[in-house]
Design a protein around this ligand. Structure first.
Ligand code: AP5
Length: 225
């Protein structure tokens, strides 16, 4: 399988493991990895204008307005290290029907086609468990879970030795809102890609490696088509 040919979207509820699986795929196939949530968190950390505009939405578990999201994606996909030369994986985008339509237009303009949209299916109860135990390295962004994927030393990143912290929006009341927003605004994106025959469902339950193997099996079918 050649990474250069893979142009993927990874969809799923908050905490379904999109970031975990997308990072593995990006490393393995040399894909450009664009995670809108990570991009916004970095802007907030750097206190940029964009960071200031998106901060309050994220803290409440609401979606950032479509216009701001599209501006970021357009710049990234059109820039020098763009997806036209290498494959890419989009994580956390598109999240509304309008974003999906805008992405279609943008890909048409730059002559690119999506390979597939992977939907990681995980029930809401599991999402709550995963997010309440998630810890992030404040230095390099590596993701852990206190129970399912613990670091070797509690509170310390295995990779860079940075401190592990909880994300602001992983607090229980914000997680509930994020789930509600997902069902209201992102469920229609699933139907959107179902209609264009690009959607592949992956059972997101099971260990990280197991879910990865399920994705690999699907990618093999997709690429052989
Ligand atoms: P974003 O950062 O995209 O958050 P999200 O979609 O809510 O997803 P998460 O990052 O919380 O979870 P994930 O699915 O990546 O799971 P992970 O791999 O970390 O968005 C945040 C906010 O930004 C939004 O609320 C919105 O405000 C804004 N935003 C972003 N994009 C936007 C857009 N396009 N439009 C508008 N607004 C936007 O895993 C979770 C935990 O589970 C970890 O601890 C992990 O170790 C563990 N885990 C992973 N896999 C497994 C497994 N198989 N078994 C057990 N544990 C597992």
């Amino acid at each position: 399988m050649k990474g250069a040919k893979l142009r993927l979207i990874i969809l799923g509820p908050p905490g379904s493991g999109k970031g975990t699986q997308a990072s593995i795929l990006a490393r393995k196939y040399g894909l450009l990895y664009l995670a809108t949530g990570d991009i916004f968190r970095e802007e907030i950390k750097r206190k940029t204008d964009l960071g200031k505009q998106v901060e309050a939405y994220m803290a409440r578990g609401e979606l950032v307005p479509d216009e701001l999201v599209m501006e970021v994606i357009r710049k990234k996909l059109e820039s020098g290290s763009d997806g036209s030369k290498i494959g890419f994986i989009l994580d956390g985008f598109p999240r509304t029907e309008r974003q999906a339509e805008e992405l279609d237009k943008l890909l048409n303009e730059i002559n690119l086609k999506l390979s597939a949209v992977l939907l990681i299916d995980v029930p809401d109860e599991e999402v709550v468990k995963r997010l309440s135990g998630r810890r992030i390295c404040e230095k390099c962004g590596a993701v852990y879970h206190v129970e399912y994927n613990p670091p070797k030393i509690e509170g310390i990143c295995d990779i860079c030795g940075g401190k592990l912290v909880q994300r602001e929006d992983d607090k229980p009341e914000v997680v509930r809102r994020r789930l509600q927003v997902y069902h209201e605004q992102t469920d229609p994106v699933i139907s959107f890609y179902e209609k264009s025959n690009l959607l592949y469902r992956v059972d997101g339950l099971g260990e990280v490696e197991e879910v990865h193997r399920k994705i690999e099996a699907l990618l093999k079918i997709i690429c052989d088509d």
